[in-house]
Ligand binder design. Structure first.
Ligand code: ADP
Ligand code: ADP
Length: 229
């Protein structure tokens, strides 16, 4: 399990507007660190930098001490599994959606990923199983089922690092609780960075960082931050 480090990261999209203002934090190997903060604070920007959509203006982002700017983009992305807020499914079979078009993904891997995402029993009850068409002209999945397919898709590559980017914020609260339990289980043996709007969805984080205008305003455990509310 790798350690993820942000070391004095400065970044903005436009030269005259700095978004992250010298941000430093560490996600220790196997821990689950959560970032909360108001809309516009820079949370998604952190995720985009870690996935190397952009490189920092200055400072470094390290995976196990290695500057990701020195690594191949594919190497970085291969190590990180993202579960986004609203996953896009292809108009194809449920199996293809989990394998994500990787022709070399064998059936056992797809099945194991579906099991870990707790969607396997649902798929096995479908008459066509993994060959069931989903999307516009096929089976319409609920928000929760869709998110479980997205989780399975992430697990197919068995990433040592997980990035949960408001992974449950599009769901109703009952479904959210179910998905949170699954996310908690799959993040247990991985280094995890969770991005969230609300403290209630990250109660199990090892540490919570409160981001405000691109700076760390506070950090602590869930109960410590709640006491200050
Ligand atoms: P959060 O995820 O905390 O809501 P973001 O990281 O998405 O915040 O955005 C931080 C700031 O950067 C916001 O002011 C936002 O408008 C700006 N921003 C985000 N993406 C872009 C972009 N592609 N180009 C210019 N500004 C952007
Ligand atoms: P997400 O996919 O996480 O919702 P977006 O990139 O769609 O992130 O937008 C995040 C925030 O950044 C939004 O508030 C949006 O208005 C702002 N934003 C996105 N692109 C730009 C841009 N080109 N210029 C300024 N702000 C932007």
């Amino acid at each position: 399990k790798p350690t993820v480090t942000f070391d004095n990261v400065v970044f903005g999209y436009d030269p005259d507007r700095t978004i992250l203002q010298g941000l430093s934090f560490e996600v220790p190997a196997g821990d689950n660190i959560a970032i909360v903060g108001p809309s516009g604070a820079g949370k998604s920007t952190i995720a985009r930098l870690l996935f190397r959509f952009y490189d920092p203006w200055s400072g470094r982002i390290l995976i196990d001490g290695q500057d990701i700017a020195q690594l191949q983009q594919a190497t970085v992305r291969g190590a990180i599994g993202i579960v986004p807020q609203d996953s896009v499914l292809f108009n194809d079979t449920i199996g293809y959606n989990i394998a994500y078009g990787k022709a070399d993904t064998d059936d056992r891997t797809v099945q194991a990923a579906a099991r870990d995402a707790a969607i396997l029993p649902f798929i096995e009850k479908l008459p066509q199983g993994f060959d069931t068409q989903v999307g516009e002209r096929g089976l319409k999945l609920s928000g929760g089922e869709k998110q479980r397919v997205a989780i399975a898709r992430t697990l197919v590559k068995n990433p040592p690092i997980l990035m949960l980017d408001e992974a449950t914020s599009a769901l109703d609260s009952r479904t959210e609780q179910d998905i949170l339990a699954t996310l908690d289980r799959i993040s247990r043996d991985r280094t995890t960075l969770s991005i969230a709007h609300r403290l209630s969805t990250i109660a199990d984080a090892d540490e919570i960082l409160v981001l405000d205008q691109g700076k760390l305003a506070e950090r602590g455990k869930h109960n410590q931050l709640l006491r200050k509310d």
